[in-house]
Structures are given as C-alpha cells and as structure tokens.
Unconditional design. Structure first.
Length: 389
C-alpha cells in the first residue's frame, strides 16, 4: 500500500470554519430563523472603482494580439513590484527594493509555502493564532513551540525567557483573532531576539491598513529587521481582494539566502498571479487606490465601533476592534467558547467564531468580525447586548 503523509492525521479533525458552518446550518434547519453572521473573516464591500477599471482595461489588452500576455515574470510584473515599493515609501515611509518583493496569489499560500525552504527548525506560533501557521507547520512535519497570547500578557507575546536558539517566528499584527496590534517596543524586542538567536520573523501584516496610528504597520519600520524578517502582505482585507487573490511577500534586504530559495521555490511551484489581477493590484496601491481603500476600511472601523459600544454598555470583557476588524470577546460565566457560540446562536441568532478554533489559548473567547454589512451588524450588536443584560 502506498503511504500517505501521516502528518495530516495530526491536524484537528475538522477545520474550524467547517464545524461552525455545520452547526449554523443545523440550527437554521431546525429553527428557520434569520441568523446574522459575525463569523468568517471575509469582506462584504465590493472592489474599489480603480480596480474595476483596471480589470476592464487589462481584460481588453488580453484580447488584442499586441498586448496579450502569457506567463508572467517570476516574481511578478515590474509595474506591480514598483507599485509595492512606492506604496512602502509613500504610506509607510519604509525604503524597500523591487528585488525583495515577490508577488503571489495570497498570504495564506505564502505563509504555508514558507516551510519548504527551511530545514530542521522549531516554529514559534502564537496561541491563539490564524490556524494556517499551525496546520501548515504540522503538515510540513515541523516541531511547534507555542507562544501564549493571553489576558496576562494583554495578548501580546514577548521573547523573554526563550532559549537563544534559531526559531521560525510567526507574528501577526494587528492580530487575527485577538484584534490586538504589536507595539513598537515589543516588535523591537523581537527583532533584537531574532538577530541574536539567528531566527527569522515572519510578520503577517494582512491587517496593517486597519492601524489608525501609534503602531508599526510594517516590521521594516524597525531597525535590524532587514537581516531577520520577512513580511506577508495581502490585498484581501485592505482592498476587498479575497476573491481576486493577490498578495506580496517582502523579504529583508540582507536576507539573500531567503530571497534566493524563495524565488527557487516559487518558480518551481507557482506560475504567477494573473496579469489582470496584477493590474488591479497596481491600481489599488496607487495614491487614488489607497484613498478608495481607506473608505472601505473606514466602513469596517465604523462597524467595529458599533459592536464595541454595545459591548461596553453590556459590561462585556473584550479586546481589539480599535486597529482591527476583529473583536475578541471573553465568554461570560466561565463558559467554553463553543458553549458561548451556542448561546449566541440560540439567544441572539448571531453566529460568531469560537476561540478554541484558533488554538487552545482561544478557549474562553469568541471572535466577532466587523467585516460584514453595517445594518445587519447593528442588529447583531443589539441582540448580543440583550444576551449579556
Ligand atoms: C485573511 C488573512 C490573510 C490573507 O490571506 P489571503 O490568502 O491573502 O487571502 C493572511 N493572514 C491572516 C492572519 C489573515 O487573517
């Protein structure tokens, strides 16, 4: 008999979101009521106009002999690499070079693909965290060391007490699921630790646009990151690209070995993001595009503030929501996250995401997403408030 990769057997039996949607569907079937979902982290607003126009223009080009394009260059089209470099300079005040940028079709793909280029290294993963880090590390057969992200450390992990050994360190800021951003002084500690220990930081900046002010939006805002960090960025949440698929990885300027191997890996396993999508990505990274995206982000921020105001009135224990579309809500009365999920479904007809799905450290919490429709969300906020009162 052929042997399959047994690491798959080590994954949780069912992917969190699958289990949650089963329960919601089941509830709907039995009770036939309208359920508002504050669950899955997908966006709800349509693409910015600049992107729609860019898609139309690029599609027309694809239909003409002179402007048709086939396979794209290995790391992405120059126009998009330059747009990323300009975006960093203009919006983040960070200087990067096109040769350190790699265009891809999603930060999920990049986060999970990274394990290919590392040898026998321990992986540090916050607990709770975006499930992809843990699952992809498990499939790759890596040893995982969990970094507790708890109320005690205000959901911000520090490197204190770690042995000075090389780790592959995953950090996400603002974090999914807790909604908490990493402060500059803590990110400095991590960069210092990584350089001292020969570690590599994978900084997931998928939600950087949600930072209002006061927190670093890029790991490269920190001195020393150029020798120890790579950054995952995605247009999914910032420009409504979840169904379009475009992301970019930026590697530290002095991480040549990383850059070489990552390019090798990408050229072996990936043939590039479609031309029309790269044109749309270029458009949303322009000054005009960023302004249009800011309107989307403002909408989600307003949603989060509606939830926050309801939770404050109900005296709930919660985190995040300020620099993030996510709110991390403590379960009342010592309930587990799945128990509270059921209570909210039953009493408020609101679906949330049980914290346990993000790791054992998520027990006792649920995640609320503000990425939905404002009217529905306002209704959900009222209903949740009534559950607490
Ligand atoms: C949504 C999300 C991403 C983006 O994934 P894409 O594959 O680019 O859609 C990356 N990291 C985190 C933590 C996310 O929540």
């Amino acid at each position: 008999m052929i042997e399959y990769n047994e690491n798959y057997d080590k994954l949780n039996k069912e992917y969190l979101f699958v289990e949650v949607s089963h329960r919601i569907a089941e509830y709907r079937r039995h009770n036939g009521c309208k359920i508002i979902s504050l669950g899955i982290g997908d966006v709800s607003l349509p693409l910015p106009q600049v992107a729609v126009q860019a898609l139309k223009d690029a599609s027309s080009e694809m239909g003409e002999k002179n402007t048709f394009r086939g396979y794209c260059p290995e790391r992405g089209y120059d126009f998009l690499l330059d747009a990323v470099v300009d975006f960093y300079k203009r919006e983040l005040n960070v200087g990067i070079k096109p040769q350190n940028v790699f265009i891809s079709d999603g930060a999920k793909n990049d986060a999970s693909g990274l394990f290919d280029i590392f040898g026998d290294v321990k992986v540090l993963i916050p607990n709770p965290s975006y499930p992809v880090y843990k699952d992809a590390a498990t499939i790759a057969g890596k040893e995982i060391v969990f970094l507790p992200q708890t109320k005690e450390n205000a959901f911000i992990p520090h490197p204190d007490g770690l042995p000075e050994k090389p780790f592959l360190i995953f950090l996400c800021s603002p974090d999914n699921p807790t909604g908490v951003p990493i402060p500059e002084n803590v990110l400095k500690e991590w960069v210092k630790f990584a350089n001292k220990s020969g570690s590599v930081i994978v900084f997931d900046a998928a939600y950087e646009r949600f930072i209002k002010s006061g927190y670093p939006r890029s790991v490269f805002c920190i001195e020393g990151a150029e020798t120890c960090a790579v950054e995952l960025c995605s247009l999914s949440k910032s420009a409504g690209f979840t169904g379009m698929r475009c992301s970019y990885l930026v590697c530290g300027e002095k991480m040549n070995r990383f850059g070489d191997l990552w390019l090798r890996r990408q050229t072996t396993k990936f043939n590039g993001t479609p031309y029309v999508i790269q044109r749309a990505a270029q458009s949303v990274l322009s000054e005009q595009g960023v302004a249009q995206c800011s309107k989307l982000i403002d909408y989600y921020h307003k949603n989060a503030s509606i939830l926050i105001s309801a939770l404050k009135q109900s005296g709930a224990d919660f985190y995040g929501g300020e620099h993030s579309p996510y709110i991390w809500l403590g379960c009342p009365d010592g309930m587990t996250s799945f128990e509270f999920f059921d209570v909210l479904l039953d009493k408020a007809h609101v679906a949330v995401t049980p914290g346990i799905g993000f790791g054992s450290g998520g027990e006792g919490y649920v995640r609320l997403s503000a990425l939905g429709d404002c009217e529905m969300l306002s209704e959900a906020a009222e209903r949740i408030k009534n559950v607490f009162i």
